[in-house]
Write a protein of this length. Structure first.
Lengths: 319, 299
């Protein structure tokens, strides 16, 4: 039997299955993102943060629970929030956590893993996402903003440019205020922002669904047994796949679950690594952060998540 | 040109997606793609997209954020990106919507690998379709002071009926669904689950049952040449994760139907141990080609 046999109608059936299942969640995420953009001023977040560094970073990692945002949306939002004076370390923490520590993602992960220990996978994903984000936030706390941010971003910052809380200052930048025009104007802005997010992210979702469907229908699954049954290889393979597919965190669980041969730890690695570092995020991060930071972030996240998930896989297999 | 990119392209894209989602939901085609638990979301998403499209197409005030240099949408900032987004969002979905069949072809099924025992399936939180009745002893222990309620047709209640072996057999027969001709009507998944459960296995063993599925050859353990697989797709969430499952059928002669044809099989159930596993085998008395069922997937 050949290792690859592509049959377009079968591909279409699998492709539309993933699209129909994931698109309502992607739309929900986009609508929430649009509403936040239009109705939640950036200063509110800054006011909420505790004065203590560690506490502020922990709270930032949990902000996604009240202001859920997909990874594309979170990069968009932190650009605005950094300019509005949110400490850079907190903004980075929120950017890393929001695509995972969010009710929309929890709901979609639970729904996707229906019948396959959904609570366990969902909780592990949220906790791991939270810890990774807090770890990154702590790691960048003492790095000067000049070393992290692109020059164009630095130019728009207020005078003091370091990542710590003491450098937090709300800029007097009227141009960055939310759209005026009352509720009607804000509603329009919410729809506009939600649609832009939706179209942008759905592009990657469609491409991801197409790759996943090709894999699921055309590739002889028995050939994957050596990779899927090796704990370390399976984790790393799913992380590389998450990087390449660049699927939105609100729908990636539906893709992950379709890789039936892979163990839960490998799927978890896919679900934790993909939302914080993938091909489209490389591009998006590059618009805000310097290249060395983006590269270091990617390599660091890959190693840490692979080690944790590999270890978790060994624990799960022994229980 | 600005109106085209800021207003018409997003509006038309949303409208097209809304049309696809709503048409699949309203025509019932969605059944081949999604588990029933997810179908309602498709309707809601279709309606929301329709409303968003109406906003773009009817209200000229909605502009694109992607004219702004600070916009974080990598594809939306360039006109070429917007055209690419439009094409990628419209063409694959529209083409797939036109050509997608109700069920998978043989090549995909073989690529995914056919499961012939329930241990090859991921554990489910929901119960099997057919559930045996509560044991009589447990029922009486739970409520020792209360007599069993009378049945509507005046027959003996199950708790009393199960007191004797014959009555117990009647109670078992009562919970097994019947086809028009009186045979026990089962799905392939019921047989696979029954093979894993001692009490259910006893209930099914030796019974004449009736079931339908797609005919697939059995190349593995078919020395006599009289075996084939009766296959169904078992869906967890969507078509992408559907797994082919099959019960083995032994027929006196090779069925007069092509591979992947839908066939109705009537036969006696046995649960032999092969390769160290208990598997269900149907000893067919009749195999006839039939129309596909309303819903081709099992859930």
């Amino acid at each position: 039997m050949s290792w690859f046999s592509f049959h377009f109608p079968d591909f279409a059936l699998s492709f539309l299955g993933i699209i129909f299942e994931g698109i309502p969640f992607l739309l929900l995420g986009s609508l929430v993102s649009g509403a936040v953009e239009a109705f939640v001023p950036g200063e509110v977040l800054t006011r909420w943060l505790p004065k203590n560094y560690a506490a502020a970073i922990v709270v930032s990692a949990l902000l996604g629970l009240v202001i859920p945002m997909c990874e594309c949306g979170s990069v968009v939002v932190i650009r605005r929030l950094i300019r509005k004076g949110l400490p850079l370390s907190c903004a980075i923490t929120y950017m890393m956590a929001a695509p995972i520590v969010s009710p929309v993602v929890a709901l979609s992960t639970y729904a996707a893993f229906r019948g396959q220990n959904p609570l366990e996978i969902t909780l592990l994903r949220l906790v791991l996402g939270f810890l990774i984000a807090v770890g990154v936030g702590m790691a960048v706390r003492d790095i000067p903003a000049e070393r992290l941010l692109q020059p164009a971003m630095l130019d728009s910052l207020p005078g003091r440019r370091r990542t710590g809380l003491s450098m937090a200052a709300v800029p007097d930048d009227a141009a960055l205020d939310l759209a005026d025009g009352g509720v009607r104007g804000k509603l329009f802005r919410a729809v506009q922002s939600a649609t832009s997010d939706f179209l942008d992210v759905t592009f990657f979702f469609v491409v991801g669904a197409a790759i996943a469907s090709t894999f699921n229908t055309a590739v002889n699954q028995s050939l994957l047994v050596p990779i899927a049954t090796n704990p370390t290889l399976s984790v790393m393979a799913m992380m590389v796949l998450a990087f390449a597919l660049a699927i939105c965190s609100s729908t990636d669980a539906f893709i992950a679950v379709s890789f039936r041969m892979f163990p839960p730890a490998a799927k978890l690695a896919f679900l934790v690594f993909g939302p914080v570092f993938d091909t489209k995020l490389c591009f998006l991060y590059g618009a805000v952060f310097r290249r060395w930071f983006v590269m270091s972030l990617g390599i660091g996240l890959f190693i840490v998540i692979a080690l944790i998930c590999n270890h978790l896989g060994l624990i799960l297999n022994n229980t | 040109m600005t109106a085209l990119f800021n207003r018409w392209l997003p509006g038309v894209t949303l409208l097209a997606w809304s049309a696809v989602l709503l048409s699949f939901y309203l025509t019932g085609r969605i059944a081949s793609f999604l588990h029933p638990a997810f179908r309602g979301y498709v309707l809601v998403a279709g309606l929301l997209m329709l409303a968003m499209a109406a906003c773009f197409l009817l209200l000229p005030g909605v502009a694109s954020c992607c004219d702004d240099e600070r916009c974080g949408h990598p594809l939306g900032r360039r006109k070429s990106g917007r055209i690419l987004t439009f094409l990628i969002l419209i063409l694959p979905v529209a083409t797939a919507a036109m050509v997608s069949p109700k069920n998978f072809g043989a090549a995909t099924i073989l690529n995914r690998g056919i499961v012939t025992d329930a241990s090859g399936l991921i554990s489910r939180t929901n119960a099997p379709r057919i559930m045996p009745p509560q044991p009589a002893a447990q029922t009486t222990t739970d409520n020792p002071a209360e007599p069993p309620l009378p049945t509507k047709d005046g027959s003996q209640p199950v708790a009393q009926a199960a007191a004797s072996p014959a009555a117990s057999q009647n109670a078992i027969d009562d919970y097994l669904p019947k086809a028009k001709d009186g045979n026990v009507e089962v799905q392939v998944i019921d047989l696979l689950y029954a093979a894993q459960d001692t009490s259910m296995r006893a209930d099914f063993d030796g019974k004449t049952v009736e079931t339908i599925g797609q005919l697939m050859p059995d190349d593995a353990n078919n020395a006599g040449g009289n075996r084939f697989k009766l296959m169904r797709m078992f869906m967890y969430c969507c078509a992408a994760d559907a797994k082919p499952i099959a019960a083995l059928v032994e027929a006196p002669q090779k069925p007069n139907a092509p591979e992947m044809a839908w066939v109705r099989v009537i036969g006696k159930v046995t649960f032999p141990i092969e390769g160290g596993r208990t598997i269900p085998i149907l000893n067919a008395v009749s195999v006839t080609q039939t129309d596909p069922p309303e819903e081709t997937m099992l859930y």
